[in-house]
Design a binder for this molecule. Structure first.
Ligand code: FPP
Length: 247
């Protein structure tokens, strides 16, 4: 996995105050390609390089959970050829990077409608999850066919089924019950959500978990996003006063 270890961690970054969970909305691949008169798939291909760099950076910094929004429930409506290109890149990433992920003690977790993925991609994903399931240094969540509304709806269905079968009383439902039925069950909520490419919205990403997340937006297109910029965003994050609704 690409790791530019020649880049020094800046002194201003407090390694004792690293967020537990960082999530990325990786946006701008299409515009990156368009600027270069290339097809959109080239932008996604270049975006995989940034994925590798960000995974390495998070692992190096000791971030416990990294979540990457790789394919949304809405992305199925993109032109067939683009969906196919993205699925191909995902499959290749899983096939060629799982061993390195395993060696780095990273647990790969797919969050989303895994059953909707093409058979070959789903098999690679299941294999990668199985091979890395005992790893504990970092969780890498790949959000695939993921949408927060689908995630919450699914949680409601599961909770309703438990009530129907008598193992849960409606008055026993708490925030934690809902959290425990999301794809991120057992994981901390994201401390920081970063979106690239100058778009300022959540786009159906982690809507329950983002209740108290800090948000960071950058105009940089995802394929141009670097480790240095990530460090700078983390430094800015560490200056913020997180009050969680208190004074
Ligand atoms: C958004 O850019 C990006 C996506 C929909 C896909 C993200 C996928 C990757 C970075 C590559 C595959 C990922 C892994 C984990 C191997 P956009 O296409 O919406 O860009 P635009 O807004 O400029 O058109």
């Amino acid at each position: 996995m690409k790791s530019d270890s020649s880049i020094q961690v800046p002194d201003e970054l407090d390694l004792n105050a690293i967020p537990a969970h960082v999530a990325f909305i990786m946006d701008g691949n299409g515009r990156w390609a368009k600027k270069r008169l290339m097809n959109r798939a080239k932008g996604h291909e270049q975006g995989v390089q940034t994925v590798e760099e960000v995974v390495s950076a998070c692992r190096d910094l000791g971030i416990g959970v990294l979540t990457l929004y790789a394919f949304s429930t809405e992305n199925w409506a993109r032109p067939k050829v683009e969906v196919k290109a993205l699925m191909h890149l995902l499959k290749r990433f899983l096939r060629t990077k799982t061993e390195e992920i395993r060696k780095k003690d990273i647990r790969l977790n797919i969050m989303g409608q895994i059953e909707r993925l093409p058979d070959d991609v789903r098999k690679e994903a299941e294999q990668a999850m199985a091979v890395t399931q005992k790893n504990s240094a970092m969780i890498l969540n790949l959000a695939l066919s993921y949408g927060a509304r689908e995630e919450i709806t699914r949680a409601v269905q599961q909770i309703a089924a438990k009530i129907k079968s008598g193992i849960l009383e409606p008055k026993e439902i708490t925030d934690k019950t809902v959290s425990d039925h999301l794809y991120t069950a057992g994981m901390p909520d994201p401390d920081l959500i970063i979106r690239t490419s100058a778009e300022f919205r959540l786009s159906n990403f982690l809507m329950w978990q983002a209740a108290y997340s800090e948000l960071a937006f950058t105009p940089t297109l995802w394929p141009d996003f670097t480790r240095q910029e990530f460090y700078q965003i983390l430094i800015d994050y560490q200056q913020r006063d997180r009050r969680f609704g208190k004074v």
